[in-house]
Design a protein around this ligand. Structure first.
Ligand SMILES: Cc1cc2nc3c(=O)[nH]c(=O)nc-3n(C[C@H](O)[C@H](O)[C@H](O)COP(=O)(O)O)c2cc1C
Length: 203
């Protein structure tokens, strides 16, 4: 079983990376194989909306997202970690999510994976990012694990917050246990979003 932790902060070894790492440590303690992928220093260009992926099943943009695709598909559980930038997830996190549109054809390739969320804010604006990430988990037909909402500003300061560190650890453990339940979204609904859009236009 593989648990992938994505840290979507551009700050290397920052608070998000630390908490995602701690969640992975928790997952490892339950027997999972773990991998931390930090977007710091990586190039994830925005989706350009070309929709070529609908025909080819691939994204034509050649950057670090190509590595992320492979890791996402191979993982049984994915932790989405982001700092809060102006009351929202980082642009790196949003670019990554937008670029996963290619993983929705021919079927939703993230379906049945367990999704966890970690967000770190200095003070304000954490809940909207968490909601956005949960919504993404829902429309990806993933099974949601818990979330960790933590507060820290200076690089590394989150280590002093024992409760946040413990919550992250427990999130990792919980995700492994959820994966073991082998949740399966009914294939009848695998295209999703039909309640909102016509059957001619499926995300
Ligand atoms: C461009 C920018 C915007 C930010 N906006 C917010 C914000 O809206 N609310 C908040 O509480 N903290 C904000 N912060 C603070 C970060 O969320 C905080 O420092 C966090 O710990 C960074 O996580 P990291 O160490 O993983 O990068 C902002 C920081 C930056 C650099």
């Amino acid at each position: 079983m593989k648990i992938l932790g994505l840290s979507c902060s551009p700050r290397k070894s920052g608070n998000t990376e630390i908490l995602v790492g701690e969640a992975l440590n928790g997952a490892q303690s339950e027997g999972a194989e773990i991998e931390l992928f930090s977007l710091a220093g990586k190039e994830i260009k925005p989706c350009d909306g070309c929709y070529a992926c609908r025909e080819t099943g691939e994204c034509h943009i050649n950057d670090d997202m190509q590595t992320v695709y492979q890791k996402l598909v191979e993982a049984d559980g994915i932790i989405f970690g982001t700092p809060i930038y102006f009351y929202s997830m980082t642009s790196q996190a949003k670019a990554l999510i937008d670029r996963t549109i290619v993983l929705r054809r021919p079927t939703i390739r993230l379906a049945n994976k367990v999704g966890g969320v970690i967000a770190v804010a200095g003070r304000l604006g954490i809940i909207d990012a968490i909601k956005d990430l949960y919504f993404y988990i829902a429309i990806s037909h993933m099974i949601p694990a818990d979330y960790v909402a933590a507060y820290a500003s200076e690089k590394g300061a989150i280590r002093k917050d024992k409760q946040a560190m413990k919550s992250a650890w427990e999130l990792g453990r919980e995700m492994v246990q959820l994966v073991r339940k082998r949740f399966e979204f009914p294939s009848e609904f695998e295209h999703g979003l039909t309640a909102y859009v016509t059957d001619k236009y499926k995300l």
